[in-house]
Design a protein around this ligand. Structure first.
Ligand code: NAD
Length: 489
């Protein structure tokens, strides 16, 4: 896979350092910018606009001005434009993967997978655009028909995190556009280039000016305008539960539709009858992908007595083989964390676990490679009083809890306010259905550790959020239902 430098990516036009409003690339009104760093080297990649409410309002006005014409386009026209955006990404996977690794840090192969996944989501919703059907319902009146149509909600505000800076936005922008909505996006301040890329893609594909707008900068100011401006009819947010709840409250006065993809604290239960190798390989993929910075990654491994020691030994052996380094280096499986604050959180969780009796089987300290690196870690004898049992660690730490009966395993897995993803491993069919029903979670991987795909509904319950992204359901949050009672027939 070819590695591209920052200058290559900039020269090819993919890395933009302005905002995209009403089809034009613009600076902040006061010219203010901020620096974006490469997490691996902590050197500055470039600077981009730091905007506030005024520029955000302008972007909302541009989206509103574009809305009527865009909502009147045919489904086929919207599908065509989205399909073109997906194709541009697929045609440029390697250089776009380099841009993602540069600002986010994940290994290049993972970055390429994320870019491809983003293109797949865009393609999926290009196809869904033509299946936004209405209904005719049998009428209780002899002289009337009941018709139901689905209409775009209007201007959408989208706010996204840094851990999947391209694919998280693809499953917001693509269904919004497929539905006939226009959108204002605010990417994470840590990974703005993959968000600004949507301005580049919209321009290249020929999406009309104002349909896609991208602003960067002050989260609180931009988020304040997006949630309080009455022209915005829907907020779609992916990020922490703390910020999600804030945006939920802020959106109340203007009664917006909301989609909230929030934090997780995923359990994985390994039952005695599990296939050990399958469980270990999936545990590796599910836990250590993106250096453990994934909302659906396992935070708590509950391992039954009979398989506990074997699982701990095999997992440790596999984790020991993982190569840590700069995501651009060949063979690297574990990159840096996003910044030093993320390393400090991981360190605090590990220290807390150690102080409460956790046994470090591997790692357990900062990595010699630099201030944003942490050693892949396995901790045995984890207990419910540890921080790691309650909060997302968001780092390369596997904590193993021991349990005896099926009910104990299920109860421990459910003992959290989160409910995004859960996993369990068993070969017993009856147990599969029993446990699947008992686990409180929006998504469950059964003998599977990586479950995200455009075909399936992604989303959580409890404090992990509301709404679903992807699948045929993913477009529903961007539509209003309108009932027509047609009389005098
Ligand atoms: P974050 O909540 O700190 O930030 C997310 C976005 O919100 C960023 O763009 C940020 O600038 C913005 N923001 C921050 N304060 C704001 C405010 N006051 N008003 C408006 N916007 C504001 O989250 P993060 O650290 O970027 O991402 C990690 C979190 O995201 C984790 O909790 C993870 O589990 C979650 N996540 C969830 C999913 C999912 O699909 N459920 C997917 C990925 C990440």
């Amino acid at each position: 896979m070819t590695v591209y430098t920052r200058d290559d990516i900039k020269a090819a036009g993919w890395l933009r350092e302005e905002n995209y409003i009403g089809g034009a690339w613009v600076a902040a009104d006061d010219g203010r910018t901020y620096g974006v760093d490469d997490p691996a080297t902590e050197t500055q990649i470039g600077t981009i606009p730091w905007v506030g409410r005024t520029e955000t309002k302008r972007a909302i006005d541009a989206a509103q001005a574009a809305f009527t014409a865009w909502s009147m386009t045919t489904a086929g026209e919207r599908a065509g434009l989205l399909g073109r955006m997906a194709q541009i990404v697929r045609d440029n996977l390697d250089i776009l993967a380099s841009m993602l690794t540069l600002e986010q840090g994940k290994p290049l192969a993972e970055a390429r997978n994320e870019m491809k996944l983003g293109a797949d989501y865009i393609q999926w919703f290009a196809e869904e655009a033509r299946r936004i059907n209405g209904e005719i319902i049998p009428s209780p009146w002899k002289d009337r028909q009941i018709l139901v149509t689905r209409e775009p909600v209007g201007v959408v505000g989208a706010i996204s995190p840094w851990n999947f800076p391209f694919s998280m936005l693809s499953r917001k922008i693509a269904p919004a556009l497929a539905a006939g909505c226009t959108i204002v996006i605010k990417p994470s301040e840590f990974t703005p280039y993959c968000g600004l890329l949507y301005g580049v893609l919209a321009g290249m594909a020929g999406v009309p000016a104002g349909v896609v707008n991208v602003v960067t900068g002050d989260g609180a100011a931009v988020g304040g305008e997006l949630t309080q401006n009455p022209l915005v009819r829907k907020i779609t947010f992916t990020g922490s539960t703390r910020v999600g709840k804030l945006l939920y409250k802020q959106s109340a006065d203007t009664m917006k539709k909301l989609s909230m993809e929030l934090g997780g604290n995923a359990p994985t239960i390994i039952f005695d009858d599990a296939d050990l190798e399958l469980a270990v390989e999936n545990a590796i993929a599910g836990k250590f992908r993106n250096t453990g910075q994934t909302c659906v990654c396992t935070n708590r491994f509950y391992v039954q007595d009979g398989i506990y020691d074997a699982f701990a030994a095999r997992l440790t052996e596999r984790v020991r083989q993982m190569k840590v380094g700069n995501g651009f280096d060949a063979g690297v499986e574990q990159g840096p964390l996003i910044n030093q604050a993320a390393v400090a959180k991981v360190e605090a969780h590990v220290q807390d676990a150690k102080a409460k009796g956790g046994r470090v089987l591997l790692g357990g300290k900062r990595h010699a490679l630099g201030a944003t690196f942490y050693e892949p870690t396995v901790i045995a004898d984890a207990t419910p009083d540890m921080l790691i049992a309650h909060e997302e660690t968001f780092g390369p730490v596997a904590a193993l809890f021991r349990f005896t009966t099926e009910q104990e395993g299920v109860d421990a897995a459910n003992a959290t306010e989160f409910g995004l993803a859960a996993y369990f491993f068993t070969k017993d069919l009856a147990r599969t259905f029993r446990v699947a029903r008992a686990i409180q979670s929006g998504m469950i991987g059964i003998n599977a550790g990586v479950i995200t795909t455009p075909e399936a509904p992604f989303g959580g319950v409890k404090d992990s959020g509301i709404g679903r992204e992807g699948s045929t359901h993913g477009v529903e949050d961007y539509l209003n239902i309108k009932y027509l009672s047609l009389g005098g027939l």
